[in-house]
Ligand binder design. Structure first.
Ligand SMILES: NC(=O)C1=CN([C@@H]2O[C@H](COP(=O)(O)OP(=O)(O)OC[C@H]3O[C@@H](n4cnc5c(N)ncnc54)[C@H](OP(=O)(O)O)[C@@H]3O)[C@@H](O)[C@H]2O)C=CC1
Ligand SMILES: CC(=O)N[C@@H](CCC(=O)OP(=O)(O)O)C(=O)O
Length: 310
């Protein structure tokens, strides 16, 4: 059976990466608008005739597109920030908690997670659920992304301009991802988020530092690691690096999973067990955006979630 797919924002950074992952699939037929991609009538027609649509647009344009969808049978996956904490939308992170995969599969409104939130939530949500990080506790997040995370405009800035080698940003502590991360982690205190962008194209490291001995449960590195291993048992795209491996590591590059839909979690700890650094590695355009959107597309269409993904 062939399903029709319309990508609104087909020529943008995430849109192009989605096209790369679905072109050549015999179970999908792409509706492409080409030069008519900004024509509201062409978009309205495509948005209402496809079996599924993926919105790869700025937030305001995504809201406009959602308002244009009148056909109740159309499954909408939105890659923007517009609906990530909105009622009536299903958060498109199938591995986030038991039952989430089924919730995505049964939904017609799926919000694709942000790239930083994907790494953050994978590390923190299971630990909050297990009571190892208190739900009302302070949690910090330090992260670095390649410049493709900022879409076409940032790519042009870094590839055609005279960019910084590295740039800390989000300095007002009001990054648009904070509500999404706080809510879906089950935290009550806003996450303290310190993002940065590096002068390389793609890939990210998302890090949560923990003072283990200051946590009420005083968990060891092994207990933290065990909780993550248990949470992702059987997951196809999320894996936890073995402690023997992390103990032997002297460095970690953000580009290690580029081109894949995989997310790898690492638990680094000091020898006396007082501190830990939890580090997620992912491709911001893979499991952080376009790969995740295709995984969600597969689920809403009732297909194997890994179709077309590595
Ligand atoms: N880049 C990343 O790593 C990630 C991005 N996202 C999110 O995905 C969304 C898209 O981001 P990204 O692909 O990076 O952005 P880009 O800037 O690379 O692409 C945006 C696309 O949206 C189209 N567009 C912009 N305004 C309108 C409009 N008013 N009507 C119709 N089309 C419009 C553009 O069209 P045109 O081609 O004509 O210019 C372009 O194709 C954003 O919401 C972003 O936050 C999410 C996770 C990660
Ligand atoms: C390097 C860079 O600028 N990154 C983007 C986030 C990319 C991403 O996660 O996309 P969403 O905004 O859709 O979630 C930023 O911080 O705004």
């Amino acid at each position: 059976m062939t399903h029709t797919l319309f990508i609104d924002g087909e020529a943008g950074t995430t849109g192009l990466e989605i096209r790369e992952r679905v072109e050549g699939r015999s179970d999908l037929e792409l509706i492409l608008l080409g030069d008519r991609r900004r024509d509201p009538e062409a978009r309205r027609e495509a948005l209402n005739s496809a079996d599924a649509v993926i919105l790869c647009l700025p937030d305001d344009a995504a809201r406009e597109a959602v308002a244009m969808v009148e056909n109740p049978a159309v499954r909408v996956i939105d890659a923007s920030t517009a609906y990530r904490v909105a009622p009536g939308w299903t958060y498109g992170f199938p591995e986030l908690r038991p039952g989430q995969r089924e919730a995505v599969a049964g939904s017609t409104r799926v919000s694709n997670p942000g790239c930083y939130p994907t790494g953050f939530l994978a590390l923190v949500a299971p630990l909050v659920r297990a009571g190892l990080i208190p739900a009302d506790g302070p949690v910090s997040l330090n992260a670095v992304s390649g410049y493709s995370g900022g879409g076409k405009a940032m790519i042009a800035e870094f590839e055609e301009g005279t960019p910084d080698p590295f740039r800390a940003y989000g300095l007002t502590l009001k990054h648009k991802h904070v509500p999404e991360m706080t809510k879906h982690a089950g935290l009550s205190r806003p996450v303290l988020f310190s993002p940065a962008v590096g002068n390389y194209r793609q890939g990210m490291l998302v890090e949560v530092p923990l003072h283990l001995s200051a946590l009420p449960a005083q968990p060891s590195v092994e207990v933290i690691h065990g909780a993550l291993v248990e949470a992702y048992d059987g997951a196809r795209f999320v894996e936890v690096a073995p402690l023997e491996e992390t103990e032997a590591m002297t460095g970690l590059t953000p580009e290690g999973l580029n081109g894949t839909n995989r997310l790898r979690l690492h638990v680094f700890g000091d020898r006396d067990g007082h501190q830990a650094r939890l580090v997620a590695l992912l491709d911001n355009l893979g499991k952080g955006a376009s790969g995740a959107a295709v995984q969600n597309l597969n689920l809403v269409l009732g297909l194997d979630e890994g179709t077309g993904l590595t």
